[in-house]
Design a protein around this ligand. Sequence first.
Ligand code: ACO
Length: 322
Amino acid sequence: MPFSRVTGTGGYLPERVMTNAELEKIVDTTDAWITARSGIKERRIVEDHEFTCDLAEKASRKAIQAAGKTPADVDLIVVATSTPDVVFPSTACLLQERLGVTGPPAFDVQAVCAGFLFAVDVADKFIRTQSANCALVVGAETFSRILDWSDRRTCVLFGDGAGAVILEASAEPGILSTHLHSDGRFKDLLCVPTGVSRNYRKLQNGGAYVTMEGGEVFRWAVTAMSDIVKETLDANRMTLDQIDWLVPHQANSRIINAIGKRLGLSDRKVVMTVEKHGNTSAASVPLALDEAVRDGRIQNGNFVLIEGFGGGFTWGSAMIRM
Ligand code: ACO
């Protein structure tokens, strides 16, 4: 049975930068509060004419190029998003059309901020069972579209962006293991309580916004993302000192620091991009991975543990040999 291997990464952030100073003019907040509570200094926000698929396409083309492939080589597309362009078709199908690929399966997965981990797990299984050879796996979001810009508790935390990887079949690992969890008992702690089948009129009137019990989410995120690191290490009979990089979901620097402290992991091994990106939900892990690959921190042969946590709750991880 082949392994799947990451052979290319890509990322894209919208050009428009929104600083904390700009947010001070929109809601009753301060740069000092946002920085102290979240570590976020700025985030990128799409223009009115930009949509999730636009960001996904730009990140995907970079990942395809980095892998030395062309869109015609891609035989599976999985997009993780909670902010699809339209209710249907899936953003993956829209992306497929943009890339000029016809025929192979393309579909979305929805696990909010853990979505990229779910998408990687699915694509890895396609490759390991020889149902695909070259998978494009994307996390792409325009969370700015589902923020209540008058709610200071949420609007300061999120941003827009997309990240992508190419996974190819290989005799060498590759993705060593994947781990996924969900617990729907916590569905109300972090959600957009408006949808298609429920409260559709609110959606039509532009009332679909993120709501969050910040303190509860914080506690669960730290516990789940610390525990899944241990689960991942145990599954691979590895110890913490054997991993070269931890790439956690970029929600909040306090969450990331608390995970590092709980595990006893040096900051020097943790990739952190939240300061400049904010929380880009499903895009945050592939964006952080791409940044660390492109700036040379992550090298071929490195052991990289990626992990995410999001609404549902959902959480997941993967151990990758780059
Ligand atoms: N600016 C200024 N004051 C604010 C802001 C703001 N943007 N937001 C809230 N406050 C106020 C509150 O109203 C409250 O005031 P009060 O004491 O007068 O009532 C005070 O600040 C403290 O509020 P708390 O909610 O207790 O602040 P806390 O220290 O818990 O920090 C935060 C809030 C940053 C949301 C924190 O709970 C957190 O990081 N939670 C994790 C949430 C997260 O990252 N979610 C992302 C999605 S989930 C995921 O991706 C993992």
